[in-house]
Design a protein around this ligand. Structure first.
Ligand code: FAD
Ligand code: NAP
Length: 258
């Protein structure tokens, strides 16, 4: 098969940065023909020593306008893909399927005033892409980024998040973003303590945001732990907020990571 007929391209890792022993970011070159919408994922491949290739879905954390691709990864102990991925270094090859996928994108929502981005763990990745793209800032009056991790040291992209409002192209929109970090397994200054689900149920999340979750105004994106997504969807359903489908527009869009 010729290279251009293959389903994937070979990209080069430009940078690998550990955050903790189990979390790291990767930056890779981007094929000029690779197109995606903020919030989508790619299928990445790594070739093992025995010559076989393992593929997994990864959300782009970089914006659709960046020349590079950025990803944020967990290391699952004994995990088939992440054991290999975490061994790679700058200069190594990463396979990237040509086609991007996924519906955790703003075109799921026809309207809305407040955009809620609710992430657990590495589920923050697609929201970094959404936030580095212009559309969310232009379309919504408020953007509430909620990011839950077990321990404070696992909070990734803190500088990038803090710097978004200072970016030239967001200067007039920067005030729209509210960042609500959540740390569940220790007390951390400036972070809420409690699961996203519990904080929605007891009203603490809305109090912290200073805005209420309503079907009229809120559009909610959920990403990460499947149980968090299921439980949050249930809570939102009790407030008449439904999954947005092509045949039935709603207020909620999700991406399960496992
Ligand atoms: C649409 C989509 C997008 C994804 N985007 C990302 C991403 O941007 N970053 C990322 O790290 N992973 C992402 N994942 C998960 C990723 O595809 C793999 O599951 C992950 O790389 C682990 O692969 P593995 O072979 O090492 O372990 P697997 O055999 O795939 O997983 C083993 C177990 O590890 C746990 N696990 C897997 N992924 C995660 C995770 N991300 N966080 C916490 N626990 C996990 C689950 O309990 C899972 O059953 C995404 C998954 C999907 C479906
Ligand atoms: N993070 C680590 O230090 C660590 C270390 C070794 C192994 N691992 C393994 O790595 C995997 C993923 O760990 P992770 O910390 O990235 O992801 P995670 O377990 O999904 O936790 C990330 C955040 O999501 C919260 N959460 C989990 N389930 C939820 C639910 N049903 N509803 C609402 N919130 C929920 C967690 O709160 P809670 O704290 O309340 O669960 C935490 O704040 C796990 O299988 C874990 O065993 C993690």
């Amino acid at each position: 098969m010729t290279a251009s007929a293959e389903k994937f391209t070979r990209q080069t890792l430009l940078d690998v940065q550990p955050l903790t022993a189990n979390l790291f970011t990767l930056r890779a070159s981007r094929d000029a023909g690779f197109r995606f919408r903020a919030g989508q994922f790619a299928r990445l491949g790594v070739t093992k020593a025995d010559g076989t290739t393992v593929w997994r879905a990864y959300s782009m954390a970089s914006s659709p306008h960046d020349e590079f691709l950025e990803f944020f990864s967990i290391v699952v102990p004994g995990g088939e893909f992440t054991s290999e991925l975490s061994r790679l270094q700058a200069g190594d090859t990463l396979l990237v399927e040509r086609q991007a996928f996924g519906f955790l994108t703003l075109d799921r929502f026809a309207d809305g005033r407040d955009l809620w981005l609710l992430a657990t763990g590495t589920g923050i990745a697609p929201f970094m892409s959404v936030l580095q793209d212009f559309e969310a800032w232009e379309r919504f009056e408020r953007i509430i980024l909620v990011y839950s991790v077990r321990e404070a040291r696992e909070l990734a992209y803190q500088e990038l998040i803090a710097g978004l409002a200072q970016r030239d192209y967001l200067a007039e929109y920067g005030h729209k973003l509210q960042f609500i970090p959540i740390v569940t397994r220790e007390q951390h200054p400036g972070a809420l303590n409690g699961r996203i689900t519990d904080l929605i149920a007891n009203g603490e999340l809305e109090r912290a945001a200073g805005v209420t979750l309503t079907p009229e105004h809120s559009r909610v994106m959920l990403c990460g732990n499947p149980q968090m997504i299921e439980d949050t969807r249930h809570l939102l359903k009790q407030r008449d907020m439904q999954l947005s489908l092509s045949r039935r527009p709603g207020q909620v869009a999700v991406e399960n990571y496992w």
